[in-house]
Write a protein that binds this ligand. Sequence first.
Ligand SMILES: Cc1ncc(COP(=O)(O)O)c(C=O)c1O
Length: 393
Amino acid sequence: MKFSSRLDQLKPYVFVEISRIIAQKRAEGVEVVTFGIGDPDIPTPNPIIDRLVEASRTPANHRYPETDGLPEVRKAISTWYKSRFGVDHLNPDSEVLPLIGAKEGVGHVAFCFLDPGDIALVPDPAYPVYSVGTMFAGAESYTMPLVEENDWLPDLDAIPSNVARHAKVIWLNYPNNPTGAVADREYYQRVIDFAHKYDVAVLHDAAYSEVVYDGYTALSFMELEGAKDVGIEFHSLSKCFNMTGWRFGSAVGNADMIKALFKIKSNLDSGIPQAIQEMAIEALTGSQRYIDDNNAIYQQRRDKVIGALTRLGLGVVSPKAALYLWARVPEGYTSASFAAQLLDDTAIVVTPGSSYGDNGEGYIRLSLTTPDEMIDKGVERLDAWRIPPPSKE
Ligand SMILES: Cc1ncc(COP(=O)(O)O)c(C=O)c1O
């Protein structure tokens, strides 16, 4: 077989490897506690499932969907943006595009902007799909380091002007995976100014906007005056309505950018199954209390696990948002060696921070999407664990 050189550049997707390790441990009879992937363990709310069951019996829903989705689902997205964020300017027919989960749009959007040799500004650590999409398009990622001293926000002033001038897109993701950091209005304003100055398209991934704690409310980039002139925002029903398995997300914002993404998608995929679009309509227009119910559960878990990590001596800050704890590994360990030691000693799975980029080295990420009883087991195991001195090799 003669595979593409692109394939050689791809590392195995981190959670494929983690799933393999978990399956192997379980086959050996080990009870694994996983703080790995951010995949809500709480089921999809019943009214959303009921809508699917009903919608599945409609013959029209058995046929190819349109790439740009049902007009009703686009309307539901724009109305939700209005009720949730006060964003009342999104035209459902030209500024809203449903996606087969945010990941699909995040991956495909690179083809709208990037040609071989082009530059994308990509945060590090980050959700890996930003740089993978960039690589698929033959372009280069210019790394914007996320560091604690800068509240895990890219330092826009540190991007050399010759790089900024050549860059075509800048990726941002707040609330942030993996650090749990958030961005405020002032920062987004600086991003808009940067985008105008250098003619760079802003791609903001807001997949975690609804997963918030301690009364915090996340902003949409679209709330900023002029955001729509420079960018689009990706959203997802995966995390807020426990719908990872159903695959529904959206892109909203700049009409030219939405049109470009539509053009790419219509040539590559055939839209979201319509019964699932009906689920999305139910989620977006129905009760929003499920979001608060979920967040109350995650917040309790967050506090329990933060307690255990702190007692263990790891540096960790309680996040205001997103599903993750981002903890510093002890001196002498790398992200991977610490994750491996933890797995060997306690059968607890975490994700090495280095899987999110070079700047994630020195951290581990723990997802809170583990059932309560497993959280309690994890906390017990962490409390009983004595971290061995790192090996000298
Ligand atoms: C930052 C970020 N964006 C997008 C996604 C993908 O969301 P979806 O399930 O809608 O594809 C994830 C999933 O973990 C994520 O962490």
